[in-house]
Design a binder for this molecule. Structure first.
Ligand SMILES: CC(C)(COP(=O)(O)OP(=O)(O)OC[C@H]1O[C@@H](n2cnc3c(N)ncnc32)[C@H](O)[C@@H]1OP(=O)(O)O)[C@@H](O)C(=O)NCCC(=O)NCCS
Length: 151
């Protein structure tokens, strides 16, 4: 499967909006058109797509935060894999690609937020070395709790 850094085109935007609605049931968990466009245009964002047969199979986003000229951290910000491509290691590959790119840009520590419970994502992040830091009550909307993890 081909993993490549994508550019913001209207075609990709529409595909990502569709992927987000397929992957997340609650609107509070997914990114909308405006948010995706802004991520694609954000110079601090590292956006990675996976394509197979021309269609988007998954995407991941990381944000670089520079605390000082010599200190930076990364926020692992988005990950979704089309249901037809899950369970083959694509989620892990996308995440590792984004974390690697953030590391090359200077990030030495990482954080993320994940819905609690989300067993597939939690298992993946634990395997990547993230550890639970604290709970985020109602983070994704009323009754939709989150968990912050750090690595
Ligand atoms: C989380 C997600 C990105 C994983 O993508 P993926 O391509 O299936 O990921 P991988 O194949 O690398 O790993 C999936 C792992 O989760 C495991 N898994 C799948 N469903 C699971 C479940 N319900 N409970 C526990 N583990 C589960 C798989 O067995 C696999 O583990 P293994 O590598 O030890 O076999 C995908 O499920 C997804 O897009 N979910 C909806 C969006 C989402 O929740 N994104 C995360 C937002 S923080």
């Amino acid at each position: 499967m081909n993993i490549a850094c994508g550019a913001a085109t209207p075609a990709i935007l529409a595909e990502l909006v569709a992927l987000e609605s397929l992957c997340f049931r609650h609107p509070g968990e997914r990114f909308n058109l405006r948010q995706i466009r802004s991520l694609l245009n954000n110079p601090r964002a590292c956006v990675v797509f996976a394509r197979e047969g021309g269609a988007i199979a998954g995407w991941a986003v990381g944000l670089l935060r520079r605390h000082s000229p010599r200190r930076a951290s990364g926020r692992f910000y988005a990950l979704s894999v089309h249901p037809g491509f899950r369970g083959r290691g694509l989620g892990a590959r996308l995440a590792q690609t984004v974390l690697g790119r953030l590391r090359r840009r200077g990030a030495r520590s990482f954080s993320l937020e994940v819905r609690n419970p989300n067993p597939a994502a939690l298992g993946l992040y634990l395997r990547l070395g993230f550890r639970p830091a604290h709970k985020l009550p109602d983070y994704y909307g009323p009754g939709l709790h989150g968990l912050r993890m750090r690595k």
